[in-house]
Design a protein around this ligand. Sequence first.
Ligand code: PXG
Length: 284
Amino acid sequence: MSLIWINGQWHDRDTAKISVYDHGLLYGDGVFEGMRVYGGKPFRMDEHIGRLYDSAKAIWLVVPIPVEEMARVTVEGVTRAGISEGYLRHIVTRGMGDLGLDPRGCPHPTVIIIFDTIRIWPAERYEKGLAMIGSATPMPNREALSPRVKSLNYLPHIMAKLEGIHAQMDEVLMLDRSGYVAEASGMNIFLVRRGVVTTPPVWTGILRGVTRDIVIELATEAGVPVREEPINRYDVYTADEAFLTGTAAEIAPIRSLDGRQIGAGPIGPVTRTLMDRFRELTRG
Ligand code: PXG
């Protein structure tokens, strides 16, 4: 059952409504977060809420409630909705205004929390691995709007996702304007080669995933060296293992990119270890 909180009021899926004059709708003027619930508890809530407020700050948007209140309502909603395993979406928009761009016409930001579930691929993909292609749509320029801002402007990622769907692929790999590997449509990427894990550094212009940070911790705990360094498609084609990470995706092995099979089999040993450790952390 889904439950929605909007500016202090609880709604269900049918009654939850916002204005067509909301600048989140008119201009994508807002930010969001996605977090999971495991065992009835929002997972890494402080990191997600922290990133939500940082995203808002970066777009000059003041979230009208304190962090503590956001956390309190989040926990309350999980209890009210009776969720033990689920997915939450926090959204803060510039709020209702008029048809002009000027945000001064939007005195009250809209704050929304959706309590629901998510599944992006069938369970079988986590055993067989994902088939991917590189997308022709590049990552947005980091000097225009930092990819670290989880904003309501996801069109480039959606265009990339559509290219993947059109090609009957599970997922897409987005490159930055220099041709370096950035991320998937809503996931970070990791490679394993000769026992070393590599992932693109945040400064190259990617979202700093909460799951990415966890995987770096888990690999380090497992004694697997992790390097943050720019990677290109050649590195992916020739990797021993590759996988994606994200709140919705969790850890998902990659089977192929652009028709090249990656490594020897569907799930390599390092990926398997990290998936096991991640499951232990979240569901153990
Ligand atoms: N990169 C981007 C661009 C994202 O949007 C991630 C990486 C992973 O970050 P976290 O913090 O979740 O580890 C995201 C988040 C979807 C979907 O339907 C995915 C995200 C957000 C909303 C929907 O696949 N990913």
